[in-house]
Every structure is written in structure tokens, then in C-alpha cells.
Design a protein around this ligand. Structure first.
Ligand SMILES: *Cc1c(COP(=O)(O)O)cnc(C)c1O
Length: 372
């Protein structure tokens, strides 16, 4: 099998599992209890928080909130900020966000809040000037994703957050596709909140974090015990927290090398597709976008058929985001960047990761020749 869907999820690293295992077996104390066995797990969580704080350049460990997923981080940021605000206050986001963000805002709209949706330009970027025009004195929150999960386009978060702050709005970014893949410093970016998820950087599924700058006030989604300083009740998923921190530490170590390697793989595939298949059109910029993500339309072909045919040949790719697979709607992302119906219906996303090699591209090309 050749796995080319690393933007949907990644295979957990063996080193990460090794770190997690003790917390699923002998080290089982409840971190909130008051004896040695509990202090072990409490310390494991503290250490994990410190590791993550350091890597993303946060000032304090208390700025890192552990959640169950990127989805929960997004929900917490968006609903947590807006639920403290009156219904006369507004939010600004974009039309090509992940559904964790879009549907959080849809739920706020149901409650009476006004949400403005910015459209990305033709290469999948949110233009800062457009954002500046949309943000007013009545805007409480701006949420723009760092890296788009379908096109791999990268937003200028530093510039966008600065424009939002000019009007006094809180700035959140869904950085689920960026953390562990790009060098991230929350201070440098100037963001108030940032979402991440471990399974996108070779960590376990079902664990994420939300960075919340000290002083930013938000409501919690969960009521219960006083875990996470009262901001996220429920006994901590110790093993997953430990695994996420280890995965991020390892990812940060090899990040620069991987960026170059993945970009090479992508360039190679893009070049070969364009040379061999006249129907292939690249969606977005090969050079500017995320190193590991390549979105290609095979005009005249149906992407759901291609995904199924490639699967029969042992190759995993996706047509749009995994979360919307199985529905017949065309990608809201590709539609938002203005692609024609023909291009969106034939778009396939290839996303590379640390286990992919040049050999995989050779095999993929052989299979594509057969399938196309
Ligand atoms: C995967 C993803 C999410 C959701 O994260 P989960 O941990 O799977 O809930 C949110 N936003 C983006 C951009 C993603 O790629």
C-alpha cells in the first residue's frame, strides 16, 4: 500500500507509542489525586505542556489548553469567545475554512450572531486588504486558517492578525495543517489563539491543543472538574498528551529537512503529471504552497472514481477533505477559490509525509497511466 493522504491523518511514529505505553499501563494515577502514582502523571502532563510551549514560542505553560482534537480546539476558540459577547457583535472568517470552523460559526449564526465570510483569491490566499475592509469596531473575533487542508495554500497570518488587531478583534487561527510542518512562533505571528491536532503530525488521534494568549478571556465548552485550570473539565488523556508532545518534539527536529524533501517529491510528481497527462491541471502554486500537499484536477475524469480506482491498486489519496468524503457535494474549498465545476469534480489531493519516498511516485505514475 502507498499512503498519499497525510493531510487527512498520519501514521503515528513508533517512538511516540513507546512514550505513551507506560501511561496506558503501570502509570495510571489520576493526575488530580494526591499521592505518588498521581504525581507521576501530573508531571508527565506538565512536561508535555512545557515541551509544546517551548516549540510554539508561547510565554507561559498556562497558555496551552489540551483538548480532544483540532475540532474541539476550533469550537472552543470560536464559541468560547463569541458566547461572552452580545448578539450585536460580529465575527469574520473565510469561506474555505475546515468544517470544524465553518460549522462552529454556523451554530453562532443560528443563535443570532452575524458572521462575515471572506473569499480566498484564485491561488487560495486571504488578502489582508480584504480582511481589513471586513473588520469593523463591532467585530469581536477573526478566524482565518493558517494552511488550507485541500490546496495547501499558506496565509500570511502575521499580517492578517495585525490587521484584525487594528480594530481590536481577537485573532484565532486554525493551524492544524501547519503545526509540526512549519516553524511556528505564536509571538511572532501575533495570534491570540491557535488550534493544533496531534494526528496531523504523527501523533495519536483524539488529542489536540489550543494556544490561548494570556489575558484572552473565553468560556469553556465543558462543565465539570477543575482540570486545565477550570477551562476543560474531564480527566486528562495522559498517554495522548504525552504522545502529542513527543510527536511535536520529533517533528520540530526534522522539520527543515522534511520541508525540503517533501517539496522535492511534490515538484517531481507535479512535473511528471504535467508532462504525461494533458488533462492534468495543478490547483494552486507548487512552489508557494505547503511542501507536502499537491492538488490536481484531471479534467474530464471524476475524482470519486479515481479515488476508488487508485484504492483498488493500493494507493490512498483523497478527493477533497476526508471529513466530507462520502457526500456528493463538490469541495467548498475549490469552489471558493473560483474553480469551475469541471475542475472541482476532477480534483484529487496527493499529500506526502515522512514515510513517502521517490519510489512511491514511480509506482503512482505507473498506476495513473493504467487508471487514466
Ligand atoms: C484535520 C483538520 C481539523 C480537524 O482536526 P481533528 O483533530 O481531526 O478534529 C481542523 N482543521 C484542519 C485544517 C484540519 O486539517
Amino acid at each position: 500500500m502507498i499512503y498519499l493522504d497525510n493531510a487527512a491523518t498520519t501514521r503515528m511514529r513508533d517512538e511516540v507509542l513507546d512514550k505513551m505505553l507506560p501511561y496506558m499501563t503501570e502509570s495510571y494515577g489520576n493526575p488530580s489525586s494526591g499521592y505518588g502514582l498521581a504525581r507521576e502523571t501530573k508531571k508527565a502532563i506538565d512536561d508535555a505542556r512545557e515541551t509544546i510551549r517551548g516549540i510554539i514560542g508561547a510565554e507561559k505553560t498556562s497558555e496551552i489548553l489540551f483538548t480532544s482534537s483540532g475540532t474541539e480546539s476550533d469550537n472552543t476558540a470560536i464559541k468560547g469567545i463569541m458566547s461572552r459577547e452580545g448578539r450585536d457583535r460580529e465575527a469574520v472568517t473565510s469561506s474555505y475554512e475546515h468544517h470544524a470552523v465553518l460549522n462552529s460559526f454556523a451554530s453562532l449564526e443560528d443563535k443570532g450572531y452575524t458572521v462575515r465570510y471572506l473569499r480566498p483569491n484564485g491561488i487560495g490566499i486571504i488578502e489582508p486588504d480584504l480582511l481589513e475592509q471586513a473588520v469593523t469596531e463591532t467585530t469581536s473575533l477573526v478566524s482565518i486558517m493558517y494552511v488550507n487542508n485541500e490546496t495547501g495554500s499558506i496565509n500570511n497570518i502575521k499580517e492578517l492578525s495585525a490587521r484584525a488587531h487594528q480594530k481590536g478583534a481577537v485573532f484565532h487561527t486554525d493551524a492544524v495543517q501547519a503545526v509540526g510542518h512549519l516553524n511556528i512562533n505564536v509571538k511572532d505571528l501575533g495570534v491570540d489563539m491557535l488550534s493544533a491536532s496531534a494526528h496531523k503530525f504523527y501523533g495519536p488521534k483524539g488529542i489536540g491543543f489550543l494556544y490561548v494568549r494570556d489575558g484572552v478571556r473565553y468560556d469553556s465548552l465543558m462543565d465539570g472538574g477543575s482540570q486545565e485550570r477550570g477551562k476543560r473539565a474531564g480527566t486528562e488523556n495522559v498517554a495522548a498528551i504525552v504522545g502529542m508532545a513527543e510527536a511535536l518534539r520529533l517533528a520540530a527536529d526534522e522539520l527543515e529537512r522534511e520541508k525540503i524533501r517533501l517539496k522535492d517529491l511534490k515538484r517531481d510528481l507535479a512535473g511528471r503529471l504535467l508532462r504525461e497527462f494533458p488533462c492534468a491541471v495543478i490547483n494552486g502554486s507548487v512552489e508557494e504552497n505547503m511542501p507536502g500537499i499537491l492538488n490536481v484536477s484531471f479534467t474530464g475524469k471524476r475524482n470519486d472514481m479515481m479515488v476508488a480506482r487508485l484504492d483498488m491498486e493500493g494507493i490512498c489519496v483523497s478527493a477533497g477533505a476526508a471529513c466530507t468524503a462520502g457526500t456528493t457535494d463538490h469541495s467548498h474549498v475549490l469552489t471558493a477559490i473560483g474553480l469551475t465545476e469541471e475542475r472541482t469534480a476532477s480534483a484529487v489531493r496527493f499529500s506526502f509525509g515522512r514515510y513517502n519516498t521517490k519510489k512511491d511516485i514511480d509506482v503512482l505514475m505507473d498506476v495513473l497511466r493504467k487508471v487514466l
